[in-house]
Design a protein around this ligand. Structure first.
Ligand code: ADP
Ligand code: MG
Length: 259
């Protein structure tokens, strides 16, 4: 499926009295790779949840491809979500099931619950071969029939990536996908995810706490603070005052005009 683009126009999201996103406008082109950066609580997760329709704005519009998400029917929303693979921070794997079953569960959005259950417990050879090929791509082909809870953290991340790809999405969304592993493992996984998106022409939007990784692997950073976009551009531009402003750091030198 062709990758879809997103357009947010004047989008405000509130949770009770709290403004999580404040009149945010943003375009993400099909096939683009965007890292969402910024302090904790700045609205990164909320922005990702907007893109797959799991959070609704109080004002403004969110479009995915040609669709205004607010006017999608439940079936339309399911179809959209089937085209959007998600890698969650906590992975959301089923630990006591095999790797193969976890990957095949990625078919849920396209096959429905009954179809995905059948595929998990009595997989057809073609489905298993596809799962195996994806595991080979993420570097753990030999773990197909292993139980997930026997794998290392880094290997489990790869299973979560393979599962998201199994649904054959046009878009990958990832919310802090590497915050739970050591830096070397985190770098490997971000490299893998970005490589795969380049190979397949997928749109990738990933929130990343680790700014160094965001700079290294993404051509475009979107920086949020207090629910507003404070930076949007190439990593090389997020230096000096732009950087200090995003993270609200004191100016170097300490004086009123220091730094
Ligand atoms: P980030 O992912 O950048 O840490 P979030 O999008 O999770 O930021 O949160 C943005 C703001 O919205 C924060 O002030 C947070 O406390 C608030 N918020 C997020 N989700 C909820 C929720 N479900 N209920 C209430 N407040 C929320
Ligand atoms: Mg978050």
């Amino acid at each position: 499926m062709a990758p879809i683009a997103f357009t947010l126009a004047g989008v405000t999201v509130r949770f009770g009295d709290r403004v999580a996103l404040d009149a945010v406008s943003l375009d993400v082109r099909a096939g683009e790779r965007v890292a969402l950066v910024g302090p904790s609580g700045s609205g990164k997760t909320t922005l990702l949840r907007l893109l797959n329709g799991s959070v609704r704005p109080v004002s403004g519009t969110v479009r995915a491809g040609d669709d205004d998400l607010a006017s999608l029917s439940p079936a339309g929303l399911r179809a959209l979500r089937a085209d959007i693979g998600v890698v969650h921070q906590d992975l959301r794997l089923v630990p006591n099931l095999r790797v193969s079953q976890n990957v095949l569960a990625g078919g849920f959005g396209r096959q429905g619950l009954a179809g995905a259950m059948r595929a998990m417990w009595r997989p057809r050879r073609g489905d298993l071969e596809r799962a195996h090929a994806l595991l080979a791509r993420v570097g753990i082909a030999d773990r197909l029939f292993e139980r997930v809870d026997r794998l290392s953290g880094g290997q489990q991340q790869r299973v979560a990536v393979a599962r998201a790809l199994y649904q054959d999405p046009g878009v990958l969304l990832a919310d802090e996908p590497v915050s739970a592993v050591d830096p070397a493992r985190a770098r490997d996984t971000v490299a893998l995810l970005t490589d795969i998106c380049i190979e397949r022409g997928l749109t990738l939007v990933m929130s990343l706490h680790n700014l160094d990784l965001a700079r290294e692997f993404f051509p475009r950073l979107v920086g949020l603070r207090d629910g507003a976009i404070r930076f949007d551009g190439a990593p090389s531009r997020l230096e000096g005052s732009a950087y200090r402003e995003l993270y609200r750091l004191p100016h170097a030198g300490g004086g009123p005009d220091g730094g």
